[in-house]
Design a protein around this ligand. Structure first.
Ligand code: NAD
Length: 359
């Protein structure tokens, strides 16, 4: 498997460095991966005058998977829009045709106090949100502003999903649920929206191919409420672009620790872009205190979803659980008064935990 490594800006290179250490450790245990690094975001602009240099895109296209740190920083804020780091990210997602965005929200028992919800509500939460990423009201045409007969302006957008778009993301949802607790909750607004009525019909049709998965439906307003009322009722949630945008951010905050959450964006063939959900954290960049665990857990997702190597994926996740259980904390996940360690020591601790797993 070939991985394009795009560290990006701010804390990106620091956290990606630790993820590479983890991959190197597994290589010694027989994992076969090649890695090649290229600049993206502000680093891309510095190197080639473009947040997504041609050579970087070519590398990403050739690779089986892309591991990305984060992009952005105050140094680039004054650039014209098409040169800004975030454009590099949007363009690479578009170019790779990644339509399925997977965002796990996991609350490790040791970190339950970091959540803004009561620990007893969230401890042990293990939820996967699957968001469609390339359709819906964010891309539907027509859209724009027009002048009405009475002279006032009107803004409008178009929500739409074709049957094949729904089937593609729905199938991904069933597949993921099949590898977990086999419960899939499809989120829509079928009481109001025609797009959602079709969504629900197609999900029901798909369910016939997955008799081992329990499919339920929930209106998005109820889903938003249930996520803060009783989030552990969910296993996998699948939904459209806009509802998923909002629900996945809500779910990530249940965990209270942005430095812990990985993500994956997949195309139809299992190729994926893997990245932590957080940004480039310019406020702590260069200080060696960033939490590398979200990026390390993104590697676990990479090995599971693109590499189809559950053993190595599970080993990384177990190693992360071990370091948390041993009380190791970067500042972002520490309780007041708890001793803390930096980025490199956290990466080293995961590597040691991996080494200890050997038979
Ligand atoms: P951010 O996620 O970078 O930071 C928010 C807060 O979380 C900060 O206090 C930061 O120090 C902390 N934080 C984030 N990751 C952390 C980690 N691994 N360990 C410890 N603490 C961590 O969001 P922001 O401050 O709104 O944005 C900063 C820059 O990142 C902006 O340029 C923004 O456009 C960009 N951004 C990039 C991405 C991405 O690359 N996917 C996502 C969001 C924001």
């Amino acid at each position: 498997m070939k991985i394009a490594v795009l560290p990006g800006d701010g804390i990106g290179p620091e956290i990606v460095g630790e993820a590479i250490k983890v991959l190197d450790t597994l290589r010694r245990d027989g994992l076969r991966v090649e890695m090649e690094t290229a600049p993206i975001g502000g680093a891309g602009f510095d190197a080639a005058g473009d947040p997504l240099p041609e050579a970087t895109l070519a590398l990403a296209r050739q690779a089986d998977a892309v591991l990305l740190g984060a992009v952005g920083g105050p140094k680039y804020d004054a650039l014209p829009r098409d040169k800004r780091p975030e454009q590099g990210l949007l363009r690479i997602r578009q170019a790779l045709g990644v339509f399925a965005n997977l965002r796990p929200a996991i609350v490790y028992p040791e970190l339950a106090a970091a959540s803004s919800l009561k620990p007893e509500l969230v401890a042990g939460l293990d939820l996967m949100i699957l968001r469609e990423l390339t359709g819906d009201i964010y891309f539907g045409q027509p859209r724009g502003q027009r002048r009405l007969d009475d002279g006032q302006r009107e803004g409008f957008d178009t929500m739409k999903y074709s049957e094949s778009e729904i089937r593609r993301i729905g199938r991904a949802g069933f597949d993921i649920a099949r590898g977990r607790a086999k419960k899939l909750c499809s989120v829509d607004k079928a009481n109001v929206l025609d797009t959602s009525i079709l969504w629900r019909q197609v999900m029901e049709e798909l369910a016939r191919d997955f008799p081992d998965v329990v499919l339920t439906h929930m209106y998005v307003d109820n889903a938003a409420m249930q996520l803060v009322r009783a989030p552990r009722q969910f296993d996998v949630m699948v939904t459209g672009n806009m509802f998923g945008d909002i629900l996945s951010d809500e779910a990530s905050m249940l965990t209270g620790s942005i430095g812990m959450l990985p993500s994956a964006s997949l195309d139809e063939h299992g190729k994926g872009l893997y990245e932590p959900i957080h940004g480039s954290a310019p406020d702590i960049a260069g200080k060696g205190v960033a939490n590398p665990l979200a990026t390390i857990l993104s590697v676990a997702m990479l090995l599971r979803h693109t590499g189809r190597n559950e053993t190595f994926a599970a080993r990384i996740e177990a190693a992360v659980r071990d370091v948390l259980a041993a009380g190791l904390r970067t500042p972002d996940i520490a309780q007041p008064g708890e001793p803390v360690i930096g980025t490199v020591r956290m990466g080293d601790a995961v590597v040691s935990a991996l080494a200890r797993q050997k038979p």
